[in-house]
Design a protein around this ligand. Sequence first.
Ligand code: DAH
Length: 339
Amino acid sequence: MKQLLEKIKQEAINSLQNAEKIEDLESFRVKYLGKKGEVTSVLKGLGSIAPEERKEVGALANEVRAIIEEKLNEKKEAVQNALMNEKLKKEVIDVTMPGKKCDMGKLHPLATVRKQLEDIFMGMGFSIADGPEVELDYYNFEALNIPKNHPARDTQDTFYINDDVVLRTQTSSVQVRVMENTKPPIRVISPGRVFRSDAVDATHSPVFHQIEGLVVDKGVTMGDLKGTLELFMKRLYGDDVKIRLRPHHFPFTEPSAEVDVSCFVCGGKGCRVCKKEGFIEVLGAGMVHPKVLKNCGIDPEIYSGFAFGIGLERIVMRSYNIDDMRHLYENDVRFLKQF
Ligand code: DAH
C-alpha cells in the first residue's frame, strides 16, 4: 500500500510537470483527487487492510493527497499567470503608431470674435439684450428719428415685408426696445444679424452682423463715449491701439461720429491696407438724440446717453487679416480649418 501511494505521488508529480492547459489540470484533478480518483480509492480501501497498518497508511494517503493538492494549486497559478502574460503581450499598444485623425468641430471666427466682444463689454458692466430680426418699421426707423421719406432710408436698402414690417437693417432697433422697457441707468450691448439689399462683394453682404451699444444715465457725456470705446479697443487689440473720432451724421445721435482704429498693418503711419490713412473705420457712434430718448419715454432733461454700432465683420477681418468678407459666409472647410 505504501509503495502504491509512493508510486501514485511520483506519477502525479511527473504528469503535472507536462500539463500546460487549464483543461489538463482539471482531468489531472479528476484522475487523482476526484471521487473515483486514485488517492481517493486508496483512502476508500483502508477498511480492507489490517488494522495495525491502517493508521499509518491512512496518514500517508492524506499526506500524499495534500502534496498533490498543493502541487496542483501551484501549477494552476503558474498556468493562469502564463495565460495572462500571453494575453497582455497580444494586447500591447504601440504608442509610436500614427493615430487616426478625427476632425473636431470649432467655433466660426464670427462667433469667436462676437464672444470676445461680449466678454469685454460684460467686464465693463454691460449686459446683453436681444431683439427680433423681423422688425417693425417703427423700431428700425421711425422711433430712431428716421421718418418715412427720410433720405437715410435710401442708404440702408431695406427688405420690406410690408409697409410696417422690415428685416431690420441695424441693431439700433434694439436700443428703442430696451429704453421702452428699462429705467436708466442702462448699459447694454446687442449683437445680431442685420439685413440690407446689397450686392455681394469683398466688403458687402445682404446679411451681416452688428453689435449695438447703449448707455443711458444722468450726466453721461461724449467723454464717457470716447473713454468706453478706447478701453474696449485696447482690450481687443492691445494697449498700443489708437482711436480717432470723426464728425459724422446719424439721425438718431447728436453729435455723431465715425470711429476709426489705428491700422493693424502700419500702426498709423499709412499703408496700402488703410489706404494711406493710418486708420480704419470700425463703428458709428454718438450721443442719443433727445428726440429718440423722448420717443422711448425717457426725459432728455434728466438723462443723457451714448450709443454705438460696431460692424462685426470688420472687426473679424481685422483680427484675422481676412481680405474678403465672402470667406466668412461660404463655409469652405479649408478656410474654416485655419481658425
Ligand atoms: N446703426 C448704424 C448703422 O447701421 C450704426 C450706428 C451709428 C449705431 C451710430 C449707433 C450709433 O448706435 O449711435 O450704420
